[in-house]
Ligand binder design. Structure first.
Ligand SMILES: NC(=O)C1=CN([C@@H]2O[C@H](COP(=O)(O)OP(=O)(O)OC[C@H]3O[C@@H](n4cnc5c(N)ncnc54)[C@H](OP(=O)(O)O)[C@@H]3O)[C@@H](O)[C@H]2O)C=CC1
Ligand SMILES: O=C(O)C1=N[C@H](C(=O)O)C[C@H](O)C1
Length: 275
């Protein structure tokens, strides 16, 4: 007997007119087993009423963009959400009520936002990750291994990221994910060992700290480098995102994986079998 569900997974894309929203609609169009059944934007959006497929450039799919998530969540199997922290918290509550899978790519969530999302995950499966690409999640595994292998007294860890000029949060969700991986490799918590900004007379570098540096400009999709800097040598592990389609394909994979799974908060490492 096959484990493949008999019907396509009906997905709602929230933030459907955004950079990732449109990329998701194009990705779902090409992936067997999933289809767009709803598209949501905020009240007052100039895109309300437009066909989500036409806006994304794949032609008419007869899914008009609306501003009320509740009726579309009620008939969906899953939600793809790359919006804002406050919106993702709200959508997590609705997806939990509807008992449907919720894939959250939104970054910049506070500890309070994450606690609310974790509470919603008691009722429905949620996959949340600062980066949905296979490449970055593999990179995180490599970073963890390198951080474990190289002693904090000998190698300093610094994480550099660059994104397009429209990005609103820093450090990026990916940089923090890589920082968590480095911290896990070192057997420490990232919180309390992270140095997110340097300015002025900073004093010497604290042994074992994990530094972050942020660049913003132009149309860069997402560049991340993790440097392990020793005396006389430096290792750099890096990922360069060239197309948002890598995140969208990962998000659809996560939704298909989460369909029918028991409630819980999952990561892309779970989805990709890299845990
Ligand atoms: N995890 C990952 O792999 C990735 C994560 N991201 C993250 O995804 C998020 C979105 O990125 P991006 O697509 O570039 O941003 P955009 O601003 O282009 O898109 C976000 C969209 O969500 C809409 N939106 C905001 N609030 C609501 C709401 N309450 N209901 C419905 N729609 C809403 C926005 O509308 P409006 O503009 O009118 O406010 C906008 O159209 C960011 O946090 C980013 O960091 C991005 C890429 C990959
Ligand atoms: O805002 C973006 O664009 C991206 N956000 C994610 C992040 O914060 O790391 C993922 C990707 O790098 C693109």
């Amino acid at each position: 007997m096959s484990d493949t569900p008999a019907t396509d997974m009906g997905l709602v894309v929230v933030g459907a007119a955004g950079r990732m929203g449109q990329t998701l609609i194009r990705a779902i169009h090409t992936i067997p087993g999933a289809r767009v059944i709803g598209a949501v934007e905020r009240a007052g959006s100039p895109y309300l009423g437009k066909d989500a497929g036409e806006l994304a450039g794949v032609g008419r799919i007869d899914v008009p963009i609306g501003d009320d998530p509740l009726p579309v969540f009620a008939k969906a199997d899953g939600v793809l959400d790359f919006t804002t922290p406050a919106s993702s918290v709200e959508f997590a509550g609705y997806a939990a009520q509807a008992r449907i899978a919720h894939v959250i790519g939104t970054t910049g969530c506070s500890a309070d936002d994450n606690a609310k999302i974790a509470a919603a995950a008691r009722h429905a499966p949620i996959v949340k990750s600062g980066n949905m690409s296979l490449g970055v999640n593999l990179l995180a595994v490599l970073v963890e291994q390198a951080a474990r292998a190289l002693d904090a007294d000998d190698f300093d860890i610094e994480i550099l990221e660059m994104h397009h000029k429209h990005k609103v949060d820093a450090p990026s969700g990916t940089a923090l994910l890589l920082g968590e991986a480095a911290a896990a490799g070192r057997g420490i918590a990232l919180a309390g060992n992270d140095v997110r900004v340097r300015d002025g007379h900073t004093g010497v570098r604290k042994t074992g700290s994990i530094g972050f540096a942020t660049l913003r400009g132009g149309s860069v999709v997402g560049d991340h480098s993790v440097m392990l800097a020793g005396t006389g040598e430096r290792i750099t592990l890096a990922h360069h995102a060239e197309d948002r389609a890598i995140f969208a394909r990962g998000a659809v994979k996560a939704a298909l994986w989460a369909r029918g799974r028991k409630p819980g908060l999952y990561s892309m490492r779970d989805v990709l079998g890299l845990s």
